[in-house]
Structures are given as C-alpha cells and as structure tokens.
Design a protein around this ligand. Structure first.
Ligand code: HEC
Length: 98
C-alpha cells in the first residue's frame, strides 16, 4: 500500500512538471512555433532538437546579457521574469518537442 501511494505521488508530480513546461512555453509559441520548429521572427536559430543544456545556457545568457544576436534585447524581455527553475523546466520541455 505504501509503495502504491509513493508511485501515485510520483505520477502526479511528473504530470505537474510536464504541465509546467507547457505553461512556461506557451508565450514562446507565437514566435518559435508550437514545436519550436520556426525561426522566431525569421531571425533566431531553430531551437527544435537542441539539448536542454544548450537551451538553458542560451536562456541564462539572454537573461544576463552574455548571449545573443541583434535581437537579444527582445529575448531578454521574454525571459526576465523566469526563475532559474523555470528556465530549467522550459528548457527540458523544449528539448523534447518534435
Ligand atoms: C516576440 C518573439 C519571441 C518570443 C515571444 C520568444 N522568442 Fe526566443 N527568440 C526570438 C528571437 C528574435 C531570437 C533571436 C534573438 C537574437 O538575436 O539572439 C530568439 C532566440 C531564442 C533562443 C536562442 C536561439 C538562437 O538563435 O540563438 C532561445 C533558446 C529562445 N529564443 C527561447 C525562447 C523561449 C523559451 C521563449 C519563451 C519564454 C521565447 N524564446 C520567446 C523571438 C522570440
């Protein structure tokens, strides 16, 4: 019984995590596409297929101003309100899109 409860708790937690990633990615869809398959505003690289660590480091770079091209100011505004935890979650979510 205890084992079952643990399993159930785990299942619920992972579903919540997945929902979180989707919620955090929602506002990115307009520019990057629902599967991260678009060049945002025809400027960005296509981030579909990037691994989570690469996305995470790009997003941290936008946030602290150490990464990006001509339109990095725009991405800085997008990611400014995201915590480190949010960045990690959304990066993992994007890395699984296809
Ligand atoms: C208003 C359009 C727009 C929105 C919304 C947007 N982005 Fe971007 N994104 C861009 C543009 C334009 C670039 C390229 C910026 C540059 O010059 O470096 C970019 C770049 C990126 C990159 C790096 C790709 C590269 O070219 O190096 C990542 C990763 C990324 N965005 C993730 C996200 C995430 C995650 C969100 C949602 C929190 C998001 N973006 C929301 C337009 C957008």
């Amino acid at each position: 019984m205890k084992k079952f409860t643990l399993l159930l708790a785990f299942a619920v937690t992972s579903t919540l995590m997945a929902a979180d990633g989707a919620a955090l990615y929602k506002k990115c869809i307009t520019c990057h596409g629902d599967k991260a398959q678009k060049k945002a505003l025809n400027k960005s690289q296509i981030i579909q297929g990037w691994d989570a660590a690469k996305i995470e480091s790009a997003l941290h770079g936008y946030k602290d101003g150490s990464y990006g091209g001509a339109m990095k100011g725009l991405m800085k505004a997008q990611i400014a309100s995201y915590s480190n935890e949010d960045i990690k979650t959304v990066s993992e979510y994007i890395s699984k899109l296809k």
